[in-house]
Design a protein around this ligand. Structure first.
Ligand SMILES: Cc1cc2nc3c(=O)[nH]c(=O)nc-3n(C[C@H](O)[C@H](O)[C@H](O)COP(=O)(O)OP(=O)(O)OC[C@H]3O[C@@H](n4cnc5c(N)ncnc54)[C@H](O)[C@@H]3O)c2cc1C
Length: 474
């Protein structure tokens, strides 16, 4: 069956994660006839299996840590009328926690579906594929195929966890991150293969929830893509908290043996745990999408090549999110989806500046970054001076007994324009925004220093660092 839409601009969006959702909503707001084809649930992996459940799980881990940390500030716990304080132990009911997380995800997906429907977006439950640059097909669950005319198509199909043949997830003890929420009991000993952002976040969370954790990293340090000082802080904290960190260790295989999993490393040693999380990257969901037939160019890894307004090599086809060769972040997917539709429909589209994207690693403490990195400045790719302010010197941090972390600021030599920064702190994700604003608006360190930070506050570390750079910038 083919739909006819008359005079209006027909916008077809394939995939309803943050990229596709935003594209569909923006299209409807701008008056297009919008059809969204989604095969599993609006909100996408971001809502159903990645961002929402993982950050909600991390919130539980934080609650456990805070409860335990209260002891170090002098909080005592008593039972009943007893005058003798007890040493409490905290346990997590993972079945109840997981049920809450999945419920939260389902509700958010339902809210997003309702928001799209309210704007008049037609939601089709099916698998979309390109027929050509003016036609898209949706394969429906009942075997029917529906075709849609399209003036503009936005592909936002996301990605799925990479699986290794030598460590195949079984969904019970060898798991991808999407399968973690089926666990009914806390893993006794979780082996995490991969020390990138996903591996490090889950290793940190499960350690705080009470699991023994072994983190296997093929590189010489955890979080290889992050600021070196920041990664060092996190690795030190991991070790102090009793995590086993195996660096320069490649897991050649992971197999199940009854109630155990055995990871064999490249040097032949083995690590035995109760569960294993494989966090070894993602593969874009671009196979079978009809990209080649429609002449949409992809990279060798299967990611769709896009420019800064999310346009592909075919003018009528745009792409957003993890299926593109941009940053795999929900915030970026969202921005690409909106920018694509603004551009296609003739609204003012701002090309996306990847350099200005703020990102965060939700370990404990968190690492938030924006702008140029120290490594790039040291390589001479950007001219800048660097200042690092240890958090333990900040009055609020002292009051809160925060000893790990820092604020690092990068400023352009002489002009003093803020070109980047790193925050390692509890809730660094909340502290990075003033730096993101400074980078985006090209504020100087003096302008940042002249803004009032609350006293006492962790954000005072940002104005202190900016003040120090007033003298250093040359
Ligand atoms: C564990 C984890 C934690 C993360 N945490 C964060 C975070 O804290 N902050 C952050 O910014 N990012 C985070 N990310 C990254 C974030 O999840 C992704 O960047 C985001 O999901 C990308 O959005 P998207 O729209 O491209 O794709 P997705 O969210 O993957 O959505 C794609 C949708 O397309 C659908 N689809 C696929 N193929 C088809 C087809 N042919 N037809 C119809 N539908 C199709 C899928 O069903 C899916 O619903 C995290 C990732 C992981 C793995």
């Amino acid at each position: 069956m083919a739909y006819e839409f008359g005079e209006k601009h027909d916008l077809v969006v394939i995939g309803g994660g943050p990229g596709g959702y935003e594209a569909a909503l923006t299209g409807a707001q701008l008056g297009a006839n919008v059809t969204l084809i989604e095969r599993s649930g609006v909100g996408g992996s971001a809502v159903l299996s990645d961002v929402v459940p993982s950050k909600a799980l991390i919130a539980v881990a934080e609650a456990m840590t805070n409860a335990a940390a209260a002891r170090s500030l002098g909080v005592e716990v008593f039972v009943g009328d007893s005058d003798t304080p007890v040493e409490p132990t905290y346990k997590v009911d993972l079945k109840a926690v997981n049920s809450r997380l999945l419920d939260l995800a389902r509700k958010q997906s339902a809210d997003m579906t309702a928001a799209l429907e309210k704007q008049g977006v037609r939601i089709v439950n099916g698998t979309g594929r390109l027929l050509n640059h003016h036609a898209v097909a949706a394969d429906l669950a009942d075997g029917e195929v529906t075709e849609f005319h399209t003036d503009t198509t936005v592909i936002s199909v996301g990605a799925h966890p990479r699986k290794l043949a030598s460590a195949m997830p079984d969904g019970e003890r060898i798991l991808t991150w999407t399968q973690l929420y089926q666990l009914e009991e806390l893993p006794e000993h979780l082996i995490v293969v991969g020390s990138g952002v996903t591996g490090a976040e889950f290793a940190s969370a499960f350690r705080h929830l009470g699991s023994e954790v072994t983190l296997i990293s093929s590189r010489d340090r955890v979080l290889p893509g992050q600021d070196e000082d920041a990664a060092r802080v996190i690795e030190e904290v991991f070790l102090r908290e009793g995590m086993h960190v195996l660096s320069k260790s490649r897991a050649e295989s992971v197999v199940r043996d009854g109630d155990q999993v055995i990871a064999t490393l490249s040097d032949g040693t083995t690590v035995v745990g109760s569960h294993c999380l494989m966090a070894v990257g993602s593969i874009p969901n671009t196979a079978g999408l009809g990209l080649e037939g429609a002449n949409v160019q992809t990279t060798a890894s299967g990611h769709v090549k896009v420019n800064r307004v999310a346009r592909t090599s075919v003018p009528e086809i745009y792409a957003a999110g993890d299926c593109t060769d941009f940053f795999p972040l929900a915030s970026v997917a969202n921005m690409q989806g909106r920018t694509a539709v603004y551009h296609a429909l003739g609204d003012a589209a701002q090309p996306i500046k990847l350099r200005n994207v703020a990102s965060n690693v939700f370990t404990s403490p968190e690492i938030a970054t924006v702008g140029w990195s120290q490594a790039q400045i040291e390589e001479g790719l950007a001219q800048g001076v660097i200042y690092k302010y240890p958090l333990e010197e900040n009055p609020r941090a002292k009051m809160q007994n925060i000893t790990d972390g820092f604020v690092k600021l990068f400023a352009r030599t002489q002009s003093g324009t803020v070109i980047g920064g790193v925050v390692v702190a509890p809730k660094a994700s909340e502290l990075i925004f003033p730096l993101a604003l400074a980078v985006e608006q090209r504020l100087t360190v003096d302008q940042v220093a002249n803004a009032f930070a609350v006293y006492p506050s962790l954000s005072g570390a940002i104005t202190d660092a900016a003040r120090a750079l007033h003298l250093l910038k040359g």
